[in-house]
Design a protein around this ligand. Structure first.
Ligand code: FPP
Length: 259
């Protein structure tokens, strides 16, 4: 159940999170950075549960960016290892709750064992009907847009698409997960205020909530605070307040219905 301050009829449908601050959380405690990532896994578990309990349909977590490949090898290996363990240990819970695990990004760059764990989780939960848990993995928003452009060029070259017919809706159909509605709420933890190459196309109208809480400390109460913040905003999608109050149609670039 949502807390009493949250209005159940104005919940975000899709929440996306930039999980930041694992390293600083660990360093502040005199620990190795990897201990922060390990603590961050517990937050992932708690927040995945909270999102389901609060009734939101889509959660996208920025688990590993295309730029994260530049981190020291030992840290990259540890992140991959944690991801593999997380996936293998949480398939059962995802099944129980009917959650579908999905990924977006360049899976071909992942170590073979991580890719295998991803495949197992995606395959096992493919038919689950109660919401999507999406991991952005080896993911970059610019890369996703470039990949979409490459796809579109191929369509044009094959004579399947007239460039004159290309519009936002057609473009969005070439993104990695075209059936997923744009995030309504983007949360970034760790006291930073950047989008860091995350879902660049999809966050065009997302409400952004930042918090100084480091990811390993992020819990349901912080998620609820973000939702309260979201619900206090007026989403105008470029229109006037009067139009929004009247319930005029919006144009969200051809993706899912804005709320
Ligand atoms: C940023 O913290 C976080 C990441 C690079 C990835 C998030 C990873 C996890 C939560 C752990 C494993 C994930 C899963 C899905 C099981 P940072 O290291 O950039 O923190 P800093 O800014 O304080 O250095």
């Amino acid at each position: 159940m949502p807390s009493s301050e949250i209005s159940p009829d104005r919940m975000p449908r899709h929440v996306a999170i930039i999980m930041d601050g694992n390293g600083r959380w660990a360093e502040a405690r005199g620990l190795q950075r990897n201990r922060g990532h390990l603590a961050g896994v517990e937050s992932v578990k708690q927040i995945v549960r909270s999102v389901r309990e609060l009734g939101m349909e889509y959660l996208t977590l920025y688990a590993f960016s295309s730029e994260n490949w530049n981190r020291p090898d030992a840290e990259v290996s540890e992140l991959m290892r944690l991801l593999e363990i997380y996936l293998d240990e949480n398939i059962a819970e995802a099944q129980e709750r009917g959650v579908r695990l999905r990924v977006m990004g360049h899976m071909d760059r992942l170590p073979q064992s991580t890719r295998a764990a991803v495949d197992r989780a995606v395959e096992a939960t493919l038919e689950n009907p109660n919401g999507d848990l999406i991991f952005a993995l080896s993911y970059g928003g610019r890369g996703e847009i470039v990949d979409a452009v490459r796809d579109i060029i191929r369509e044009v070259e094959a004579g399947r698409l007239d460039p004159e017919m290309l519009d936002e809706k057609t473009f969005a159909a070439h993104l990695y997960l075209p059936d997923v509605p744009d995030p309504d709420l983007l949360i970034r933890t760790g006291d930073e205020c950047r989008v860091s190459n995350f879902l660049l196309w999809q966050i065009a109208y997302a409400e952004i909530h930042t918090t100084s809480v480091m990811w390993p400390d992020f819990r349901r109460e912080h998620l609820e605070a973000a939702i309260c913040d979201y619900q206090a905003r007026e989403r105008r999608f470029g229109m006037t307040s009067a139009q929004v109050e009247k319930g005029d149609e919006t144009d969200d670039g051809g993706r899912a219905e804005p709320q």
